[in-house]
Design a protein around this ligand. Sequence first.
Ligand code: ATP
Ligand code: MG
Length: 689
Amino acid sequence: AKTTQDDPFARLNPAQRAAVEHGRGDPAPGPLLVIAGAGSGKTNTLAHRVARLLADGADPYRILLLTFSRRAAQDMTRRAERIAAKVLGPDHPSVRAGLPWAGTFHAVGARILREQADRIGLSPAFTIHDREDSADLMNLVRHERGLSAKETRFPAKGTCLAIYSRAVNAESALEPVLADSFPWCAAFVEELKTLFAAYVDAKQAQNVLDYDDLLLYWARVMDAPEVAGEIAGQFDHVLVDEYQDTNRLQAAILRGLRPDGRGVTVVGDDAQSIYSFRAATVRNILDFPGQFDPPARVVTLEENYRSTQPILAASNAVIGLAAERFTKNLRSERVSAQRPLLVTVRDEADQARYVAERVLEAREAGVRLKSQAVLFRASHHSAPLEVELARRNIPFVKFGGLRFLEAAHVKDVLAVLRFAGNPADRVTGFRVLQLLPGVGPATAGRMLDAVADAASLREGLAGLRPPAAAAQDWPGLVELLTGLDADGLGWPAEIERVRAWYEPHLERRYDDAAMRAGDLLQLEQIAGSYPGRERFLTELTLDPPDATSAEAGPPLLDEDYLILSTIHSAKGQEWTNVYCLNVIDGCMPSDLATGRREEIEEERRLLYVAMTRARDSLHLVTPQRFYVAQQARGGDRSVFASRTRFIPAGLLGLFETRGWPAASDPRAASRPAMATVDIGARVRGMWGA
Ligand code: ATP
Ligand code: MG
């Protein structure tokens, strides 16, 4: 008989075990929903279920695991492998295979669309635009249509993209999106429709997909029976974590993959739904069981294994006031005398010093930096803390902030790689050609037109005559662009060559060229861990690595570093000590949000997510003075903090830092398609074109 120690499933509680064993032995088990509060072991249960499937003989290539981030997918894969290894042994092929189809909806969508490209009228060489590139393309199209922001008060490019994105992800007509979320743009509804139709045309002509297209095209492919059956037939099991933060397109994809729900497991917590600004809807999880006949099995979990009882009590109190909620309050067996601490500090500089001291104190007491996290609502809220940490030489990694790949020099190198693969991509082409001296937007535009008309990139480039100032650099660029594909360099030699070509440009353009050169070396290292250019560009664009404190890039894995994260990026994770910044009215809930009921509710859930990340110790910090940037009105406004109205004071310990030393200033070319279904036409049809 097996002892508890070698049975990896022995530690599960009865409800968790029921979820793991649901439909065991049935090759197509009925749909399953696990819905429960934070820290109740949903993700852990999902990992065990995958391991159970593997141990029972499921083919790892036929398991599709959809997570919220690439990191979460890797994490879950490792966990499932470890559990399965205990049953099958570490060398079993099903353990060694890993989970080849674990990833985000977007990353998996990109792979599936590329595999099916020929059959759905896409060129497999399509490039993927990040948000910045998408906004730039929107801008190009806007100018072509004469819809300039300055003269007509037409919405800015970022706003146009946000409106477009919301409508696409919510599968909604434009009018209600404008009325609900962008009322100040409602007068432009006709112009926006024209613009969006033109934006879709431009993307299709240039062989480009944006983030939203990865879901949109995938969802539309699933409506086309000719292709959908084949994609759905690739998988026996589809499992989704954090289902409360999916949008209508994602639900449509899931329905398309498994219309009868057989083989589907979704887990989530409606109280943690925090992505409505990306059109996520909590209806997906609430409506899930009733979609099927017979309805899905629903498993709820009741015990929280993560947080101490006092932390859980305060978190329950926050979410207990929510207007609508399906999941029940949890209990915790983890007794502790330490209540979460509500800390009053003078201002943000004081806040930064307070957190830094507490972090060091905890490290002295044996809590590694990696087991401590500082959470905040908006990325820029951590700026004063970052300064303080740098001053004290405390290393940190920041999640959800400005990403490594958004730095101009890194984008330049990636643009060269991308343009070589898809010369029809205009935004990318503009970026590459303007690296040359004397080439501005007008010249670059003319050159790109000529390239687009030519039979190949090589021919297109050969026919161009660059301006005199660029003459010296021109042959080098042509050689680089045409050689990348022709010379059979292999990966990652291709990126090495681009870097070598780009380095002199660094010196010409930037004062801190040495540091940026270091970034590029690091990029090359990251590139080495991908099988080829395509996967590298796709996956990095979709889920870029995070920014760090160290000039030389992310600290090595065995080093210790503090975690800084937006609350949105902290989803699903846990730390021994958690510090929440700016827990004050005007910030959490955000100033922008106050007023509309649904938005206040979302702010409440956001605070609940933040608090429930803590295992042993939770600090909620409230600066008495807080500067809110009022971009629209110009100038800053100081908010005098009242304590957040969400938390009953009796559940908190109180601490004030009054009498600390005076604070400093806190502000411191497309191939012929062999289409069987024209998905592009369906997408164009959305805008009545
Ligand atoms: P969230 O809603 O924040 O995503 P979750 O429900 O996914 O949380 P997990 O992250 O899976 O919760 O688990 C929370 C913690 O509880 C983890 O440290 C996990 O190892 C632990 N845990 C889960 N189930 C058990 C159990 N049966 N016995 C002991 N510990 C458990
Ligand atoms: Mg989880």
